[in-house]
Write a protein that binds this ligand. Structure first.
Ligand code: DQA
Length: 149
């Protein structure tokens, strides 16, 4: 199985570090990418790391991952709670999918408690701050290893 992993980020995550830092912290998405790449090196993974404010771009990257990647880590941001299209795209992908949220969505507004993406995700991480991405990568690496064994 491919050790290429897509790390996908949805709308407004380009403003990470500036946007509501009391909720999402002070680290930027570039910091997250740097830490993910360092860990990926240790885990023997190759990463494609993307962010978009446009739903279709997220969907197109999932389709790309379908052809090439062994796993997906996705923080769909607000699309988590709205997008059947992102769920449908993930349902076309056969490898492990981990859904990652920086904040604990269950401690927040009721509309954040429902996730379309969770209907497909093999695991969900929420409330671990940006460290959640690294936990998600570790889990994807393990699931890829298990499939290969
Ligand atoms: C988020 C939680 C979502 O509810 C929100 O819309 C986001 C970020 C998180 O990482 O905590 O944009 O996915």
């Amino acid at each position: 199985m491919s050790r290429l992993v897509y790390v996908l980020n949805g709308p407004n995550l380009n403003l990470l570090g500036k946007r509501q830092p009391h909720i999402y912290g002070h680290e930027t998405l570039a910091d997250v990418e740097r830490d993910c790449r360092a860990l990926a090196g240790e885990l023997g993974l190759t990463l494609r790391f993307h962010q978009s404010n446009r739903e279709y771009e997220i969907i197109d990257w999932i389709h790309e991952a379908r052809e090439e990647a062994g796993g997906i880590v996705i923080n769909p941001a607000a699309f988590t709670h709205t997008s059947v299209a992102v769920l449908d795209a993930l349902n076309t992908f056969e490898g492990p999918v981990i859904e990652c949220h920086i904040s604990n969505v269950h401690k927040r507004e009721a509309f954040r408690h429902h996730s379309y993406v969770s209907l497909r995700a093999d695991g969900v991480i929420a409330g671990f701050g940006t460290q959640g991405y690294q936990l998600a990568l570790r889990r994807v690496a393990r699931l890829i290893d298990d499939k290969a064994a």
